[in-house]
Design a binder for this molecule. Structure first.
Ligand code: SF4
Ligand code: SF4
Length: 324
């Protein structure tokens, strides 16, 4: 094979001796072709530090009257709370796919004690400090705001000082344990997820428990007692006041199970479900993949990590400014 580049015997081997047209065609033109790409818009994006703009901006929607779907990306769901009737058809549609949807109520949990016992408790005396400590070991993560139980001579000092949670009437003190709604399928799943272990630990310490009111699946009241001290624990469904959904029954999606097929959207007869182009759903915990109805109704929940590299940040800023 004849090589286009000829080398003179007396010249260093790294200096090619070639005709001008060969030099232009085979050396300078490729260099120019490569060099001019410096000024072109790159085809790649520094994901996750830059948003990927090529995803379709439209939500996947289905029109049950017309019987056709609008084109759109099948990412995270959008739940339109004002349209959802709680009919559960999305849940039924998903049951043969991945059982990612659970219909849930918003629950509140509160405690009620006699004022004299509560006063003993705030002084760190009596049986109640032990009761609160064990109860909150089971529920503190999901129910309480971070830091609300921190510090003090007993684990609840910070919590007790939060007067928004404490109200007094007729010689009794009522304490709300949660501020945000706790989403559960019914009071039975609430008990399994938040109370079971705490009640077991308290039973071992001599507390006895009775159910004094059972309105399954909406509400239940337990009474715990030891040494003449009684505590009422009430789990109560929250009324979200949606006129089309009097039971306040809404879907929750587990993205650890969802396969993004869109069948739930197709099944909703009330135009209450869509799928958005939001694909950033990563979480470092299993529970973080479960999106409750308020999360589904909210705007994009981005899991983009912030850039920690200043050069990347400057580069991204320049590209955004120059439209490159
Ligand atoms: S998109 Fe997800 S939640 Fe909806 S039916 Fe398919 S698997 Fe179930
Ligand atoms: S999202 Fe639609 S199908 Fe699902 S419960 Fe609400 S109204 Fe029914």
């Amino acid at each position: 094979m004849r090589l286009p580049v000829a080398f003179k015997l007396d010249s260093p081997r790294w200096i090619p001796q070639m005709p001008a047209d060969t030099l232009i065609r085979q050396v300078l033109r490729p260099i120019w072709t490569a060099a001019k790409h410096i000024f072109f818009k790159p085809y790649t994006y520094k994901y996750p530090y830059e948003e990927v703009p090529t995803l379709p901006a439209e939500n996947y929607r289905f029109d049950p009257k017309q019987g056709f779907a609008y084109p759109g990306f099948k990412g995270r769901h959008l739940l339109i709370l004002e349209k959802c009737t709680g009919c559960s058809l999305c849940d039924i549609a998903c049951q043969n796919i991945s059982e990612a949807i659970t219909m849930v109520y918003a629950f509140d949990i509160s405690l009620e004690v006699e004022e004299k016992h509560y006063n003993d408790f705030t002084a760190g005396k009596g049986s109640l400090p032990e009761f609160f400590e064990k109860l909150l070991e089971g529920v503190s993560g999901p129910l309480l705001e971070p830091g609300s139980v921190a510090g003090g001579s007993h684990p609840l000092q910070g919590f007790v000082a939060d007067l928004k949670r404490v109200s007094r009437a007729d010689g009794r003190v009522r304490i709300s344990l949660n501020i945000d709604a706790v989403w559960e399928h019914n009071v039975g799943t609430f008990y399994n997820n938040y109370l079971d272990d705490s009640f077991d630990a308290l039973t071992e310490r001599g507390w006895s428990f009775n159910i004094i009111e059972d309105k399954f699946p909406d509400a239940i009241t337990y009474e715990a007692s030891k040494d003449g001290c009684t505590v009422r624990i009430s789990v109560q469904k929250r009324d979200l006041k949606y006129p089309q959904n009097k039971k306040s029954y809404l879907p929750q999606v587990d993205y650890g199970r969802c396969v993004f097929c869109g069948f739930c959207v197709d099944a909703c007869p009330f135009y209450a479900l869509e799928m958005t182009p939001d694909v950033e759903l990563s979480s470092i915990s299993r529970q973080g993949l479960v999106y409750n109805p308020f999360m589904l109704a909210g705007k994009k929940v981005s899991t983009n990590p912030p850039s920690t590299n200043p050069i990347d940040a400057i580069y991204g800023w320049l590209r955004a400014k120059l439209g490159q």
